[in-house]
Design a protein around this ligand. Structure first.
Ligand SMILES: [Zn+2]
Length: 540
């Protein structure tokens, strides 16, 4: 779906706002008037669907509002919630949507203009009776935007996590709905037609879209937005503004920077520390503000507007041009910011402060989650808890104690195991020595064992006459080996044994030990050693 330019006239009256859209030959015209929003959609002669919406300047009574189609115009009859309060403009934000060409001059002072309004109400009385059923607005997951390709040039993109640069193209569009990186907020994702946008960056006043497929300059394209990612960023960013403002109000802690992370976000506060009580009080206060449903508004001020001096700011980028954008949480904070924000704190749902970490140079990093991230985090914790409950066979309240008990019993077992292993090594060596005739080759493999186990055996047996080949570890996989015996033989055979076992080793003074990757080759090693011994003593 696309957005259609709509010529619009509007009239502000003490109790009503009249709005008139002028449309081309269109069908399936739908108008939905909600408390804060007006949705307008239709299809053109080719069956292409159009969808437009306005956030209304102030709250209206949707039940007492109506609309009517007559020929090419659609008239909306909107009942104000607060009577006799003038609307200086029709939209909530002081930015005119690209598709809406509003005649702003229609507003006029209606002090004492009740007569005129009464006449107008009568004129619309007929309309009210003929109103057709209201249809639902189109699905909100549709956020397409029609625009045109201005330029497209070959470029490379360095992936965020490092690695090989990706070849592609940098595309500039006439206008965009994708937010480029800025103000601590990561960039949006979306599609140009069906081509995925992998990165959006800012170049002066322009947004540059990185894509893998070239796009034709001049081509008309539909742009769509990954709304889930955007809304998540809006929740974290507005959440940051709120926490920053309240931390300043309550404790005078200034925010020096912040980072919107993939999992969690961090606000750097200019204080060496924060107590648990302060964190708790801050969390309580920000959540109170969310429950109070405080509106968040965006305004654009001229760069030389004296009000610019009064808002919170960490400075504008060097290449900034044009008006200054100010984001205000009503009655709490005004902040120079280019980011995308919720229109009311209630959209944040909830904020969870996860505590603080030591920051750089006497600063404190405050970690937080906002909105859906809180739910996701609880979901993760809950499934971990469920898994632990079933593994540990007790309730979440006893998990920590149960793990502590397990850890100390594992430590004890390891200690016992080590002692037993040493005893076994000694017994193996004694058994070998107790035989009346001692063979020239001694081969032993034990799955459970370590380097110490092998060395004890070698020490106990003594290595002057006997060649020892000892291994520990998984029989088919990786493990450790030790070759011990007459110095010359070990020096000669060690590297070949390591090679046969697909491993590495080193040694001196009649010991050669190392790691093996192919324990399955033990048979080959044994054959090699056997052959060596028979060559040394041909009479056997
Ligand atoms: Zn901001």
């Amino acid at each position: 779906m696309a957005r259609q330019p709509a010529k619009t006239l509007w009239y502000d009256r003490p109790r009503y706002v009249f709005l008139e859209f002028c449309v081309e030959d269109s069908q399936d015209v739908k108008v939905v008037i909600e408390e804060q929003r007006l949705v307008f959609s239709c299809k053109n002669a080719d069956g292409v669907e159009f969808y437009n919406e306005i956030n209304l300047y102030a709250r209206v009574n949707s039940k007492d509002s109506q609309e009517k189609r007559s020929d090419r115009s659609i008239t909306c009859f909107i009942r104000k919630w607060k009577e006799k309060v003038a609307w200086p403009r029709i939209t909530k934000e002081n930015i005119k949507p690209a598709w809406l060409s509003v005649d702003f001059d229609n507003w006029r002072d209606w002090e004492g203009d009740e007569e005129v309004e009464r006449a107008m109400v009568e004129q619309y009385a007929e309309l009210l009776q003929k109103v057709t059923d209201k249809g639902p607005p189109p699905a909100m997951d549709d956020l397409d935007f029609a625009t045109r390709v201005v330029s497209c040039g070959a470029a490379e993109l360095r992936p965020e996590g490092g690695g090989e640069p990706v070849r592609g193209f940098q595309v500039v569009l006439e206008d965009t709905i994708l937010f480029p990186e800025g103000g601590g907020q990561p960039d949006d994702r979306g599609l140009i037609g069906d081509v995925p946008v992998l990165r959006v960056t800012r170049r002066g006043a322009e947004a540059v879209h990185f894509v893998r497929t070239a796009l034709e300059p001049g081509a008309q394209v539909l742009l769509s937005l990954d709304w889930e990612r955007r809304f998540d960023h809006m929740q974290q960013h507005s959440g940051q503004h709120l926490i920053t403002a309240i931390a300043d109000l309550m404790f005078g802690f200034k925010t020096t920077s912040w980072e919107l992370g993939r999992q969690r976000s961090v606000i750097e506060l200019d204080t060496p520390s924060m107590t648990a009580e302060q964190i708790e009080a801050l969390e309580r206060s920000v959540n109170e503000k969310i429950r109070e449903r405080v509106p968040v508004t965006v305004r654009e001020l001229a760069a030389d507007d004296p009000e610019v001096e009064t808002v919170r700011s960490r400075g504008l980028p060097d290449d900034h041009t044009g008006p200054v954008r100010v984001v205000s949480i009503e009655g709490i904070d005004s902040n120079m910011c280019c980011g995308t924000h919720v229109s009311n704190l209630s959209d944040l749902q909830v904020i969870k402060l996860l505590g603080t970490e030591k920051g750089k140079k006497n600063k404190t990093n405050l970690v937080f989650l906002a909105g859906n991230r809180v739910l996701k985090s609880i979901e993760q914790s809950h499934s971990t808890e469920k898994a632990l409950t079933s593994l540990l066979k007790n309730g979440p309240g006893e998990h920590v104690e149960a793990v502590k008990r397990l850890q100390s019993s594992v430590k004890l077992l390891q200690k016992n195991n080590l002692n037993l292993l040493r005893d076994i090594a000694v017994l193996i060596a004694r058994d070998f020595k107790s035989k009346p005739v001692q063979s020239e080759l001694f081969v032993l493999h034990r799955k459970e064992g370590d380097s110490e186990f092998m060395n004890i055996i070698a020490n106990e047996i003594g290595t002057e006459e006997t060649l020892l080949f000892l291994t520990v570890g998984d029989e088919k996989e990786a493990g450790l080996f030790l070759l011990a015996g007459p110095v010359e033989a070990v020096e000669n055979l060690g590297p070949r044994v390591a090679e046969l076992l697909g491993g590495k080793g080193a040694g001196k003074r009649g010991r050669f030990q190392g790691k093996a990757t192919k324990m399955s080759q033990r048979g080959e090693v044994q054959a090699l050693l056997q052959e060596f011994i028979s060559r040394q003593s041909p009479e056997v």
